[in-house]
Design a protein around this ligand. Structure first.
Ligand code: ZN
Length: 290
């Protein structure tokens, strides 16, 4: 009899707690609102989306992540230390409107350039990491992006640790003319030096990785991972269609297409990405806990 009473009480308390939890979830959901998935037009609550690594639970559409979201999902808590945060671009060619664009981009992204680089660890493995942000002038590569990428690889050579780059870019930064194009050669050269040290470089191609970034450090990794559905290529599909005057095949320039044609090694769902990176890093270290 007593046992039953206690049992009921316990159940009652649990039920109240669950009701409270549901209430909190409902309030959080109301606060964050909802969004429509561009992949399948389903309405998804922002909270559900955040919990699912910003991947649509219905069609697996991968929403773009901010630098902070990417960091939170990727590195071990509290391990990220930014490198070269003070570097910012300078309008060396006096290109009209470039100064205004730079300050607008800084406001949009909260960063001084289209890439942040730093030291961190993933699954306990120390790495050097770079994350590009398309909210900063479409992630275009100017002199500072090239310099930060180069310094990241130099830092990894000194520390003898792997590099992981999350790329997202519209290409070269036209406001910096030839100086922007030079960054392809510069980043490729430092990568050759890095490569000769026998260190591991993994690039994760996120939507979209195009132009000079795809034609340099994004494609020169030991292991190239594509996020599902990411557009990866040099020129955009519309430009190619207009040039060759032919219709392009279905899914052309998407990660899955590139995997089929040998340009990408793996396509990994974002919910599995951290786990995959940890496994690759540990395997490279010769660890047994992968
Ligand atoms: Zn969807």
């Amino acid at each position: 009899m007593l046992k039953n009473t206690f049992g009921k009480k316990k159940y009652f308390t649990l039920k109240v707690e669950n009701d409270r939890k549901q209430q909190v979830v409902k309030e959080e959901e109301d606060m964050l609102g909802s969004t429509i998935c561009p992949g399948c037009s389903t309405t998804i609550s922002e909270l559900e989306l955040l919990r699912n690594h910003k991947v649509c639970p219905d069609c697996r559409h991968h929403f773009n992540l901010s630098v902070m979201e990417r960091l939170n999902l990727t590195v071990d808590d509290g391990t990220f230390q930014e490198l070269d945060s003070g570097l910012s671009s300078y309008n060396i060619l006096n290109f009209p409107g470039y100064d205004e664009k730079l300050s607008q981009a800084e406001k949009n992204s909260g960063f001084k350039e289209a890439i942040i680089t730093g030291k961190a660890s993933i699954g306990g493995c120390p790495i050097i990491l770079g994350i590009m942000d398309t909210r900063f002038m479409m992630g275009s590569m100017g002199s500072v992006v090239g310099e930060k990428v180069s310094r990241a690889f130099e830092a990894a050579i000194n520390l003898k640790c792997p590099v992981i780059m999350f790329t997202a870019s519209g290409g070269a930064r036209m406001q910096e003319g030839i100086l922007s194009l030079m960054q392809m050669a510069k980043t490729s050269a430092v990568l050759e030096k890095f490569n000769r040290c026998g260190l591991l470089y993994i690039s994760v191609l996120t939507h979209p990785t195009t132009g000079g970034v795809s034609a340099s450090f994004a494609s020169l990794a030991d292991i190239i991972i594509g996020e599902p559905g990411a557009l990866v290529g040099f020129a955009g599909p519309r430009v190619i269609e207009q040039t060759i005057k032919q219709r392009l095949p279905e899914g052309f320039q998407q990660s899955e297409f590139l995997l089929k044609h040998g340009m990408v090694d793996m396509v990994v769902d974002r919910t599995q990405l951290r786990e995959t990176l940890v496994r690759l890093l540990r395997l490279h270290q010769g660890g047994v806990n992968g």
